[in-house]
Design a protein around this ligand. Structure first.
Ligand code: ADP
Ligand code: MG
Length: 361
């Protein structure tokens, strides 16, 4: 029952500190995605778990045993990198079985294992091809199969799909989701792609600047982001942010900004710690509904600047006063550039952040 725990993990390169105390624990059979923009420390964290980077401070525990002093080969982990790092002169079967052959396992056992993992990743027909005769997606599958063949307790993936083109990435993402159902192991998956994280992970850990911003299920992070960074990082198109001031008028709390005045629903204003001050109002495009008849205090009036046709939906970039707001609309809705349209704000889609600390209110 492998459980991995990071305790106050710190990494310094010379005088530069790139990880500032990472605390994380991953339960049995959990798929954890570390997600964040480039340079936030995802790979460094993963490489420390794998033993490819030294730990500056803190400790990594595997089933409550400290492992940061162990060599990579003694950690029983398998890692898949972005560049598949296959042996070009070996065919698929020999690439997959490389570690097993090094361990001098019995031939029959090796063959059975190769067949088993080739089946999981869909490579059965390609076992005798060399990597040079495979597509990028197939090569990445070989790298996955090689990791699976090692029978490790824990799988580490560092951006395994980011060398693939968009369509293949989508396809491989779906295959990974299927593989994930069949292979019940701890997996830690690093990606800068929030969609990969959202679709694959049981738990997402959002990192930024060497700090964990928030961790939780995809749904929790999407619906209840702790701060403006997490709110803006997850979701596509991203959340809109508008500067506003909170003001109470009679019994109603309003968020008032340039060209809008939105009533905060009573349920939300009750749990708010404050009833005045400078805030950022966050609303996802999916929480803005085209509604010409919506009431003033529940809607934004948006002037259409750009319309991007992407099929059934169009993405409209609009002006709300001096700010930009993105909305989505059924493509058949007749609209003209320059026109002002009214969009109702779904009450549960209203997010408020302290403008200074950027923490959710
Ligand atoms: P990510 O994988 O999230 O893109 P990394 O973990 O690779 O980010 O890097 C985190 C930070 O550490 C970056 O600012 C990067 O420049 C720095 N860094 C990574 N490796 C080294 C190194 N060997 N020496 C110095 N700085 C490094
Ligand atoms: Mg990286």
């Amino acid at each position: 029952m492998p459980e991995i725990r990071l305790e106050n993990l710190i990494k310094c390169y010379g005088a530069v500190q790139v990880l500032h105390g990472i605390n994380l624990s991953m339960a049995e059979n959990e798929f954890t995605a570390l997600v964040g923009p480039s340079g936030c420390g995802k790979s460094t964290t993963l490489r420390m778990i794998a033993g490819l980077e030294t730990v500056s401070e803190g400790e990594i525990f595997l089933n409550d045993q400290p492992i940061s002093h162990l060599e990579p080969k003694d950690r029983n982990l398998a890692m898949v990198f972005q560049d598949y790092a296959l042996y070009p002169h070996m065919d698929v079967a020999r690439n997959i079985s490389f570690a097993l052959r090094l361990q001098k396992r019995p031939k029959a056992e090796i063959e059975a294992k190769v067949r088993e993992v080739a089946d999981i990743v869909g490579l059965t027909e390609f076992l005798h091809r060399k990597p040079g005769a495979l597509s990028g997606g197939q090569r990445q599958r070989v790298a996955m199969a090689r990791a699976l063949a090692k029978d490790s307790d824990i799988f580490l993936f560092d951006e395994p799909l980011s060398n693939l083109d968009a369509k293949l990435r989508g396809q491989m993402r779906a295959e990974l989701a299927v593989m994930r159902q069949r292979v019940k192991k701890n997996m830690i998956y690093v990606t800068h792609d929030q969609i990969e994280a959202m679709t694959l992970a049981d738990r997402i850990v959002v990192m930024h600047g060497g700090y964990i911003q928030q961790q939780g299920t995809p749904e929790t992070l999407f619906k209840k982001p702790n701060n403006k960074f997490v709110a803006g990082f997850l979701g596509s198109p991203p959340m809109n942010f508008l500067q506003a001031d909170l003001r109470r008028e009679d019994d109603t709390l309003f968020a008032i900004g340039d060209a809008f005045k939105i009533a905060i629903p009573a349920s939300k204003s009750k749990e708010l710690g404050q009833t005045s001050g400078h805030v950022t109002l966050g609303v996802r495009p999916s929480d803005l509904i085209y509604a010409p008849d919506a009431q003033d205090a529940t809607a934004l009036d948006l002037q259409v600047k750009i319309s991007e046709y992407i099929g059934a939906q169009s993405v409209l970039l609009c002006a709300c006063g001096s700010a930009d707001v993105t909305v989505e609309l059924k493509s058949e809705t007749p609209i003209a550039l320059g026109e002002t349209l009214r969009f109702a704000v779904r009450p549960e889609g209203i997010h408020l952040f302290d403008r200074k600390t950027e923490l959710a209110l």
